[in-house]
Each structure stands twice: as C-alpha cells, then as structure tokens.
Design a protein around this ligand. Structure first.
Ligand code: NAD
Length: 259
C-alpha cells in the first residue's frame, strides 16, 4: 500500500520538526521545508528517513513568497503522488510597541504566518478534493484566541488563521477534507528563545523574570508545552478518529485561554 504523505511547512526546527518526526514515525512519507537550501536542511531529511525507514524529502520554499508556497505543494504531490496531510506551521515573531513596529516586520509576519497558509491550502485543496480525503492542520497559537501587548502582527496573523481555518472547513465540509487549528501556549523553541531579549528590554526584566512573569505567568500549569505534545495533537487530528472534527481548534496551552 502506498504511504500517506504529509507536508509540514517550516519544519527544520522546533514544532515543525517534531511534527515531521511524528508523521515519519507513523509511517508517512514526509516533506519538510524551510526557506534556506543548505546541506544541513537535506541532512535533516536524510536522518529522519533513515531513523524511521520512510521517505522524507526536503523542499526549499520561502513561505513569504506566494509562488513558492504553491510550488512546495506541487513538488510534494509530484514526488509522492498526492497529499494526505498539510500542516501549515512556518512562523516568525517580532515584539515591539505598535508605534515602533517596523512595517517590514508586519509585512513578513502576515506573509509567513497567515498568507502562506492561504496559498498552500489553495494549492492542496484540488488534490485533496479529487482524492476525497485530506487533513489541513494550521499551527495557530493561544494568540489566535487572545492578545498580548507588543505582538500586533503576530496576534493579527494568528487571529486571521483561525478565521481561515473555519472558512476552509465549511467550504470542504462534504468533501472528506477537514481543516483545524492547533493553539499552543508557550513552547520553548528557537522562536520563544529569540523573544526573550526583546521582552527583557521592553519590560525591563532579566531572563528568568521574563520566563516566569511574562511567559509562564499566562500558563496556569506554570509549565511550557512540549514540541512532542503539539506533534501528538497533529497526529490525532490526522487520524481516523478525528474525521468529524473540522473548523475548530485544540488548545495545548496549560490552561492559558481558560482564564
Ligand atoms: P521555530 O523558529 O523553531 O520554527 C519555525 C520554522 O519556520 C523554522 O523551521 C524556520 O526555518 C521556518 N521558517 C521561518 N521563516 C520561514 C519562511 N519564510 N519560509 C519557510 N520556513 C520558514 O519556531 P516554533 O516555535 O517551532 O514555531 C512554529 C510554529 O508554531 C509557528 O507558526 C509559531 O507561531 C507557532 N507557535 C509557537 C509557539 C511557541 O511557544 N514556540 C506557541 C504558539 C504557536
């Protein structure tokens, strides 16, 4: 039987890499992606393929560029004969007060965190509809549901992807294709590490105080979520058990958005 295929955008580190690892472990053929085209990117694919005895390809595509988003889907489908799961994960962050927020950062965050999902979904849907099945999983955020100061672009993009998720789910409701979001709270990845210096500056705090009082203060469990927990949630949404789950989200945020 042919392997099912999963594409994960932005998957050379953090949550995306853990999701790729999980789908490889579950026997999927996996397409991993980032914007660079270094030897280390291809080495990640080779390593996953060898450890999980499956097919893994690295496809370079910059998720800030509409044509490259669409090319990623086309290349994946051509290589593995179809797309069963599309995980829109690529994302960046910038932290600054609204009046100082650089326009170029706003544009990049909207392009990578929101518009890329529009383009990959638009390219994948005809293939999924034809197959009569498919799973679209958007890695949103607790910031898709609630806001925090100094993250105007990120919060706007993540709220946007929640709307996109619901709209696509309704359009595809009778097609066998589901579309859902995962809303992580804080997960200690490169993206979060890189916010700590800015948060220290903005709040006038040291590293430990930012982690405790700005980040984990929002999570009632006082613990980071892990990349493996986000990957397991994606695997569940891709499973047969989740076939009637569409147009919604699963929060993995230690209770953040319950408050
Ligand atoms: P990360 O920085 O470790 O990973 C981001 C990935 O996206 C990397 O592989 C990077 O190469 C890739 N990427 C960045 N720009 C790209 C571009 N232009 N084209 C293609 N790929 C690009 O960060 P992460 O924490 O693993 O974040 C992954 C997703 O999870 C993001 O959408 C983020 O908003 C979301 N998220 C993260 C957290 C958290 O606390 N870490 C919480 C909620 C949501």
């Amino acid at each position: 039987m042919a392997r099912k295929t999963a594409i994960i955008t932005g998957s050379t580190s953090g949550i995306g890499l853990a999701v790729a690892e999980r789908f490889a472990a579950d026997g999927f053929a996996v397409v991993i992606n980032s914007y660079s085209d270094g030897e280390e990117d291809h080495a990640i694919a080779r390593d996953l393929a060898a450890r999980h005895d499956t097919d893994v390809a690295y496809v370079q595509a910059d998720m800030s560029k509409p044509d490259q988003c669409r090319r990623l889907v086309a290349e994946a489908a051509e290589r593995f004969g179809g797309i069963d799961v599309l995980v829109n994960n690529a994302g960046i962050q910038h932290v600054a007060p609204i009046e100082d927020f650089p326009t170029a950062k706003w544009d990049a965050i909207i392009a990578i965190n929101l518009s890329s999902a529009f383009h990959t979904i638009a390219a994948a849907v005809p293939l999924m509809k034809k197959a009569g099945s498919g799973r679209i999983i958007n890695v949103a955020s607790a910031h898709g549901l609630v806001a925090s100061p100094y993250k105007s672009a990120y919060v706007a993009a993540k709220h946007g992807i929640m709307g996109l998720t619901k709209t696509v789910a309704l359009e595809l409701a009778t097609s066998g294709v589901t579309c859902n979001a995962i809303c992580p709270g804080y997960v200690l990845t490169r993206l979060v590490e890189s916010q700590i210096p800015d948060q220290m500056k903005t709040h006038g705090m040291d590293r430990e105080t930012v982690i405790k009082e700005v980040m984990l203060d929002r999570q009632p469990t006082s613990e980071f979520a892990t990349v493996e927990q986000i990957a397991a949630t994606a695997a569940f949404l891709a499973s047969d058990a989740a076939v009637q789950i569409t147009g919604t989200h699963i929060s993995v945020d230690g209770g953040w958005t319950a408050a």
